[in-house]
Design a protein around this ligand. Structure first.
Ligand SMILES: Nc1ncnc2c1ncn2[C@@H]1O[C@H](COP(=O)(O)OP(=O)(O)OP(=O)(O)O)[C@@H](O)[C@H]1O
Length: 249
């Protein structure tokens, strides 16, 4: 018998139409405890649309979504409490200090006042922000701003964390640190990571789901996969396509 209890996200039969056009077509997304899932696909494949549906920012035309067994469409507020989200542009306020901003986020999350300090300290520590807690966010490097974005996503200790392109625009050292952080967080939370960077997926993800033209074309672990790039190009362009390192994905 299949055990569904370990599913942090169970999104089944998701479709989304814009007018007549189906941009996400009968996609299932399942995330289990302790798993980092990479969501991949070329431009326009339907990744953002799927993530917007999973985060409750866009209604699916068809399908059902459960977050930690709570139905997102029936109980959106309760379901969203189970989730943290880092959009591509971190939703940070440049004129606040890191500490002020995280306390503000804690209040938005309705974390009881007595708990706020502890939760802010927890998120700051996990994201390596203690040293910059009194600094204005606007004066931080992009890597640290990204950490602040991740900190607000894990502040309420959600079961599920969804990260959209978390390392875009970072330098190689910052990228390595953020990847390490994602792997760390993946042990306690389920994580969905959307990215165009294939080596990033190989570095941090336990499983990969590739979308193309709104459909799932690959959904598996990377065990035994030597080159995700080859798998990706074969799926998107057909097995005869020559995967060229010059092609930007
Ligand atoms: N509001 C909208 N109205 C009409 N079409 C839309 C809308 N939003 C997205 N689309 C279309 O849906 C398709 C999927 O878009 P989506 O942004 O989900 O792709 P993506 O995989 O995230 O791409 P990228 O990697 O470029 O961000 C695209 O063809 C896009 O043009």
């Amino acid at each position: 018998m299949i055990n569904h209890q370990d599913r942090l996200i169970s999104a089944l039969g998701l479709s989304r139409y814009y007018g007549e056009r189906c941009v996400v077509n009968n996609v299932d997304v399942v995330l289990r405890k302790g798993e980092v899932l990479g969501l991949l696909g070329p431009n326009g494949a339907g990744k953002s649309t799927t993530m917007q549906m999973l985060t409750g920012n866009l209604s699916p035309s068809e399908g059902e979504i459960q977050i930690n067994t709570i139905d997102l469409l029936d109980e959106p507020i309760k379901a969203k409490q189970q989730m943290g989200y880092l959009p591509e542009q971190p939703p940070v306020y440049r004129d606040l200090t890191v500490s002020e901003y995280l306390h503000y986020c804690a209040r938005l999350r309705h974390i009881p006042k007595a708990e706020c300090r502890r939760m802010v300290a927890y998120a700051s520590e996990r994201c390596g922000l203690q040293e910059v807690s009194k600094r204005l966010i606007g004066n931080l490097s992009k890597g640290f701003r990204q950490r602040v974005g991740i900190a607000q996503a894990i502040l309420h200790n959600p079961a599920v964390v969804i990260l959209d392109e978390p390392t875009v625009g970072l330098d190689p050292i910052q990228i390595r640190e953020i990847r390490r952080l994602i792997r760390e967080l993946g042990k306690d939370h389920g994580i969905i990571l959307s990215t165009h960077i294939l080596p990033e997926v190989q570095a941090v993800c336990d499983r990969v789901q590739i979308l193309n033209q709104g459909k799932t074309v690959f959904n598996n672990t990377l065990d035994g996969v030597e080159s995700l790039e080859k798998v990706f190009f074969d799926l998107i362009f057909g097995a005869d396509a020559v995967a060229s390192e010059e092609v930007a994905v």
